[in-house]
Ligand binder design. Structure first.
Ligand code: G6P
Length: 366
């Protein structure tokens, strides 16, 4: 049953629907209630070693890279260690400085992406330590790494990544919780994040219940020549992955910008023909985001907001509401409606949803 669509129209929607179970498997046995931390035996690292890292560098391609961007934010927020994600493909072509006190983390659903494997090998050649966040057990990247976290998301068949993406970010939340608790994250904050993680599967189910309404919005917006995706800080990697998903499977041109950068150039593109998806969690940046939405509407741009609370009608045309979790974990839930939006846009445009043109599930050659 893992390798057929089990009554669904496509693998993609089957895999979107499987996300609550995938997240449960990623979390299974890894939350340590007693010490409000994450238990990750596969890291092969004691507390003293985990404390010694001064930086975290995350490497992956495509959606794995965007999941790594969410992972970098989680590590910085929870462990207060500077963390950055970089496309593994770019990293391997430059001459990267490999530092002994940087923890390298490679991200790959398949574990076979050649660019990511080559990046791991380059780090290792220069004496760096690399962990893998990988779905496929025993894959090339998993074998090459010094340790890591398996996702246990189950096989992902559709070319566009959904459940592996979400499970990857959950795995990063566990890594960040673990690194946080060997640094300065308090037991109370550790317990808060652990409780947030455990609430995710049920909350993802709540988002999936809105599929019909999201399908109607997808049919409305898919008719435009392109879409803009914007977000600030926690919303920014959500916007990038949302744009990636839409362009991959619907072939609608999609651009992601930090909402704060809009006025430095791309505002010139805004018109009734280019709607904007605004990722607006109810965090300390809410007011700034509403201002941006007002600026878009003033240029007669349509806005579809994805967030936690419905603003005044002047700010947005349409709203998709998702349940609130802990602010650090909100990007995970904000991602799910964008998967449904992309899926239903592709269906409305009669695209080859599971096998989009020009793309492969795993790029194992240079
Ligand atoms: C290909 C796929 C993407 C995927 C990327 C990385 O380009 O089309 O959907 O995100 O590879 O794959 P990986 O297996 O390394 O996560």
């Amino acid at each position: 049953a893992e390798y057929d669509t089990a009554g669904h129209a496509h693998f993609l929607i089957k895999e979107i629907t499987e996300q609550p179970a995938a997240v449960e498997r990623t979390l299974s046995g890894r939350i340590d209630e007693r010490f409000a931390t994450a238990h990750l035996g596969g890291l092969n690292m004691d507390a003293r070693e985990a404390r010694a890292f001064r930086r975290v560098k995350i490497l992956g391609c495509g959606s794995a890279y965007y999941a790594g961007e969410m992972g970098a934010q989680l590590v910085e927020e929870l462990a207060r260690i500077p963390a950055h994600a970089e496309p593994a493909s770019e990293f391997r072509y430059r001459n990267p400085v490999i530092e002994a006190d940087t923890l390298y983390i490679a991200v790959s659903q398949s574990g076979e992406t050649y660019d990511t494997l080559a990046a791991v090998q380059e780090v290792k050649r220069k004496g760096g330590r690399v962990l893998g966040v990988v779905n496929t057990v025993g894959s090339a990247i998993a074998r090459e790494c010094d340790g890591g976290v398996y996702l246990h998301a189950g096989p992902e068949i559709s070319v566009a990544s959904t459940k592996a993406f979400v499970s990857t970010v959950v795995a990063f939340a566990l890594i960040a919780l673990h690194l946080g608790r060997v640094h300065d994250l308090s037991p109370a904050d550790g317990a808060r994040i652990a409780a947030g993680l455990k609430a995710l599967p049920g909350q993802i189910r709540e988002v999936l219940e809105q599929e019909k309404e999201i399908a109607a919005l997808a049919a409305k917006y898919a008719r435009h020549e392109g879409m803009m995706f914007v977000g600030r800080v926690r919303g920014w990697p959500v916007a990038r992955e949302g744009a990636q998903k839409l362009k991959e499977i619907s072939y609608v041109h999609a651009e992601a910008y930090p909402a704060s950068e809009l006025k430095h150039g791309p505002l010139a593109l805004i018109s009734p023909e280019l709607p904007t998806v605004a990722i607006v969690p109810d965090d300390e940046l809410l007011e700034k985001n509403l201002t941006t939405m007002g600026e878009i509407r003033a240029r007669r741009g349509q806005v579809l907001m994805v967030g936690h609370t419905r603003p005044e009608a002047k700010f947005t045309e349409d709203v998709i509401l998702v349940p609130r979790n802990e602010p650090e974990l909100d990007p995970i839930l904000l991602t799910v409606p964008l998967q449904l939006l992309a899926y239903h846009a592709a269906v409305a445009l009669e695209r080859d949803v599971d096998k989009p043109r020009n793309l492969a599930k795993s790029v194992t050659v240079e």
